[in-house]
Design a protein around this ligand. Structure first.
Ligand SMILES: *Cc1c(COP(=O)(O)O)cnc(C)c1O
Length: 411
């Protein structure tokens, strides 16, 4: 919908300015905060105009399944932050990935996907798309040669996520983009963990950027939302027509919440990442902690790549492994992890992330609970692993919250 006017702004504004200013022009009432258009449809001036608009001969708002001013505000603002020409909003992060598949793939096509992507993404690609004849090869996240070797003549899409949940593995976006483009395929990157405040995959050659707006974009754990960002031609020609018939649309109310969330995204990410780095360094010095996974630490295997790709930041998710009770094996390690989690009184025990409230979770029994113990071991999701998505609390209080359990572990 590029003929619907943009808000009138000077050229060359920086992301922090676009995060609060990009969108549609004000209504005639002159509201300073963006209007919330809670309306399912839009009144047309006459039947002939309605016909032209429904036939796509004239761009205007018609029906909120595919056009709504508040949703478009969010799409334009997110696209500006990602540095893409366009974006399309969806009801959730998973529906953004569903839309990606519906828009780009058909029976007989092949996808190469990281084996460490979000659990529901694994199921969507590996099980649901398989029903429609789409074939998927899962490859190790950090091994570019394995991605290259998996490409086939019918490969249409490479799908990555970086950093991954919960082990914060980093893929080399530039290398994957080169592999995709050499094969005539597209690279899509799930940018949920960093958000455009820290990482803009388009700058490294990604064609499409997928978001769960539920996480840092909202930033306060209120609504589900999602989006796909990309070129004007891909979004308008491939994605909008599918949205019109598939209806996995973002509600205007949720769009408004996430739109307002974008205004504080960069200062939240910066503040949460600063706390996460301090907490990760502190955890690394604790005798009861076996290993810490955080891209901002020099000990992280892809530290340098992460710093180059993520604007010098490790993000706000820290995972760590507590020591198991001596020789007690997996059950003892699990007991110790549960003890640390249950000893917290500030952190929320919940699997969501990207909230201003710090969340703590035990991946092996929640997000990765459906895997077998062998699969979990292979993926590095051990029973002693704890994930903390750091929020905006004072980091001294977060350390004390974790210290309480670490200090009283069974030796
Ligand atoms: C949460 C999440 C999703 C799914 O988003 P929903 O909004 O919950 O549907 C996709 N990818 C990643 C990396 C996520 O963390």
């Amino acid at each position: 919908m590029k003929r619907i006017p943009r808000v009138d702004l000077p050229e060359g504004l920086h992301p922090d300015t676009l995060a609060v200013r990009e969108g549609l022009p004000r209504t005639p009432w002159g509201e300073n905060s963006e209007a919330l258009f809670l309306t399912s449809s839009f009144v047309q001036p006459d039947a002939a105009t309605a016909a032209a608009r429904f036939a796509n001969e004239e761009e205007a708002f018609t029906y909120s399944r595919f056009t709504n001013p508040t949703v478009m505000m969010f799409e334009r603002r997110l696209a500006a932050l990602e540095g893409t020409e366009a974006a399309i909003a969806t009801a959730s992060g998973m529906s953004a990935i569903l839309l990606l598949g519906l828009a780009l793939l058909k029976a007989g096509d092949h996808v190469v996907c990281s084996q460490s992507v979000f659990g529901s993404t694994l199921v969507l690609f590996g099980r649901e798309f398989a029903k429609f004849g789409v074939e998927v090869t899962f490859v190790p996240q950090t091994d570019a040669a394995a991605w290259r070797a998996a490409v086939k003549p019918n490969t249409k899409l490479l799908f990555a996520e970086s950093p991954t949940n919960p082990l914060t593995e980093i893929c080399d976006i530039r290398a994957l983009a080169d592999i995709a483009h050499a094969a005539g395929a597209l690279l899509a990157v799930d940018n949920c963990f960093c958000s455009p405040a820290l990482q803009r995959p388009k700058e490294f050659g990604a064609d499409l950027i997928v978001h769960s707006g539920t996480k840092y974009l909202d930033g306060q754990g209120r609504v589900l939302a999602g989006a796909v960002c990309g070129s004007e031609s891909l979004i308008n020609e491939k994605f909008v027509p599918v949205m019109r018939s598939a209806g996995i649309s973002l509600s205007p109310f949720n769009a408004w919440v996430v739109l307002k969330g974008l205004e504080t995204l960069s200062i939240r990410m910066e503040a949460q990442a600063r706390r996460a780095l301090e907490l990760a360094a502190w955890l690394e010095s604790q005798p009861q902690v076996e290993r810490v996974y955080y891209p901002g630490l020099v000990s992280h295997p892809q530290h340098e790549l992460a710093m180059a790709q993520q604007n010098g930041s490790g993000g706000a998710v820290v995972s760590f492994v507590v020591r198991g009770a001596a020789d007690g094996g997996a059950p003892a390690a699990r007991k110790n992890a549960f003890h640390v989690i249950d000893s917290t009184r500030v952190c929320s025990i919940t699997a969501n992330l990207g909230d201003t409230k710090t969340t703590i979770t035990h991946p092996a029994s929640t997000s990765h609970g459906r895997l077998t113990e062998d699969q979990r071991q292979a993926a590095g999701i051990v029973q002693g692993l704890i994930r903390v998505a750091v929020g905006l609390e004072d980091v001294r209080d977060l350390k004390a919250d974790l210290q309480r359990g670490l200090d009283t572990l069974t030796p």
